[in-house]
Design a protein around this ligand. Structure first.
Ligand code: ADP
Ligand code: 5GP
Length: 201
């Protein structure tokens, strides 16, 4: 299969959803996995688009049934990636992006060793705090918890193949798009995508 799996991680508020959403919106053959979570929806979030929101009992039932490719407890809630959905998207030939934390990234990498993993860093902890507050979706206590967790998340940057510093949004987006484009241009990807072309030469 020539389709690719991208793993994108970052501390909360670094801008990964903003960047990944833009990337997915601009290519029909690229999809973002919609995770299951026990976190309550934020204002404006839509079930099935942003997450599949569910209670802990439903999440545990899915986990016990082996439905998750990976799952983790993050900031006090459970998050998981649907194994079946990923398989269907890959079978349909689409590139899949996972926007997950470092624990989930480690699990996904064990299953897909060829996955391309990208870490998004904020320019500073001060900017990270300002973005979390500016987003206006979480209360002060949740923001504090996320800031404490940010350093732990950043400690795992060494597990990732690419690092993007999201200071200016357009620059960071261009860098993310470059990583994706470069991954699609490897010999093995090109060979699988265009067998007739290689046969011709
Ligand atoms: P994450 O998904 O990593 O938690 P978001 O994508 O929700 O982060 O971004 C957090 C906030 O920061 C949002 O309000 C978003 O609009 C803003 N943001 C993201 N990238 C930038 C940037 N480069 N410059 C300024 N604000 C940004
Ligand atoms: P948020 O609550 O801000 O949407 O996400 C909080 C954290 O959970 C982020 O680090 C995000 O990447 C992570 N996350 C979201 N979905 C998943 C998932 O399916 N699996 C794992 N392991 N982490 C996830």
């Amino acid at each position: 299969m020539s389709n690719l799996l991208f793993i994108v991680a970052a501390p909360s508020g670094a801008g990964k959803s903003t960047l990944v959403r833009r990337l997915v919106d601009r290519a029909p053959n690229r999809v973002l996995s919609v995770s299951c979570t026990t976190r309550p929806p934020r204002p404006g979030e839509v079930d099935g688009r942003d997450y599949r929101f569910m209670d802990a009992a439903r999440f545990d039932a899915l986990r016990e049934a082996g439905d998750f490719l990976e799952w983790a407890r993050v900031h006090g809630n459970c998050y998981g990636t649907s194994r079946g959905w990923i398989a269907a998207e890959q079978a349909a030939g689409r590139d899949v992006l996972l926007e997950i934390d470092w624990q989930g990234a480690a699990q996904a990498r064990a299953i897909f060793p060829d996955a391309i993993s990208i870490f998004i860093l904020p320019p500073s902890m001060e900017v990270l705090a300002a973005r979390l507050r500016g987003r206006g979706t979480d209360d002060a206590e949740v923001i504090e918890r996320r800031l404490l967790a940010a350093r732990e998340e950043i400690r795992h940057v060494d597990d990732f193949g690419y690092v993007i510093m999201n200071a200016d949004l357009d620059t960071a987006y261009a860098q993310l798009a470059s990583v994706v484009e470069a991954a699609r241009l490897t010999l093995s990807c090109q060979r699988q995508r265009h067998p007739e072309y290689f046969a011709y030469f």
